[in-house]
Ligand binder design. Structure first.
Ligand SMILES: [Zn+2]
Length: 284
């Protein structure tokens, strides 16, 4: 993907370790003590940090994560991809006579507090409709490459575009409609609907790739194959680890590998939102 030197979205926040949502706590907690201890052992003066901790400290300051060159580059990359999704969805919503509300992307490390609950890195990237934010631990890049057999920057771009696709569904009222049906359906029936929601997010990721290519000429040879490969490798629940008491908003069955590839491809080839009614589609 061609991304270097392009616009980076400002709808972005790196909340570090155990942070999130701009929430504040009094005291600063154990993270501050650890930072203070590190400063002490490094020969610094921890009293300043402990003093600050006495005030109300934003949780995200508890343990800011220092940027390695790789991490800095990953952050720039996700911000460019997010910027591309803004370009595309602003345009497509305007064409429908609506205004697109841009989501915020939260980069976290290990654990994060979202309006949907606590989430860990093992959750994988997710979208929380309660705060309109996409959450991602950048270590997912390595997970994609090394554990999910999906190398390539465009595999990561596809994952981000999929999460933004969930945001688009939320803005369109589709998410709420599906959630509202939960109590009226059996678990199996509801799971089927959830798959359709996931496949539509894949379709929207494809629609994004189509228009981002037209608008910003982003694609390099092999990019679409990278996305399709990722769609294949992360079929079903491979991204998710359920554990009780922790949020797993994206934890339902995502559809088979073939289904995911089919819908991403359809979105990419048509670029036409109206072709993405996975709920009515016969070819599921
Ligand atoms: Zn999803």
């Amino acid at each position: 993907m061609r991304w270097k030197g392009r616009r980076q979205s400002d709808n972005f926040e790196d909340v570090g370790k155990g942070g999130g949502g701009g929430r504040t706590v009094v005291g600063g907690g154990i993270g501050v003590l650890i930072v203070a201890a590190i400063v002490y052992f490094m020969g610094g003066d921890p009293s300043q940090i402990l003093q600050q901790a006495g005030n109300t400290v934003p949780t995200q300051n508890e343990a800011a994560v220092e940027d390695s060159p790789e991490r800095k580059e990953s952050k720039e990359f996700v911000r460019v991809v997010l910027g591309d999704t803004e370009d595309v969805w602003n345009k497509l919503f305007a064409q429908m006579g609506q205004q697109y509300k841009e989501p915020k992307l939260i980069v976290f490390t290990d654990e994060v507090q979202s309006a949907c609950g606590m989430a860990g890195a093992a959750t994988g990237p997710f979208y929380c409709s309660a705060d309109d934010q996409v959450y991602i631990d950048l270590s997912f890049y390595d997970v994609l490459k090394n554990k999910l057999n999906s190398p390539g920057d465009f595999a990561m771009a596809y994952v981000i575009a999929h999460e933004v696709g969930h945001h688009v569904q939320h803005l369109m009222g589709i998410t709420d409609k599906v959630h509202a049906m939960r109590s009226r359906l059996s678990e199996a029936e509801y799971n089927k609907l959830s798959v359709k929601l996931e496949l539509q997010a894949d379709f929207f990721a494809g629609v994004w790739a189509h228009h981002a290519q037209q608008m910003n000429n982003i694609l390099e040879a092999g990019d679409i194959e990278e996305a399709l490969n990722a769609a294949h490798e992360i079929g079903d629940d491979r991204l998710q680890q359920r554990s009780s008491g922790r949020v797993v908003p994206d934890a339902f069955t995502h559809g088979t590998s073939a289904q995911r590839m089919h819908w991403f491809k359809k979105g990419f080839e048509t670029g036409d939102i109206s072709q993405g009614n996975t709920f009515e589609a016969a070819d599921l």
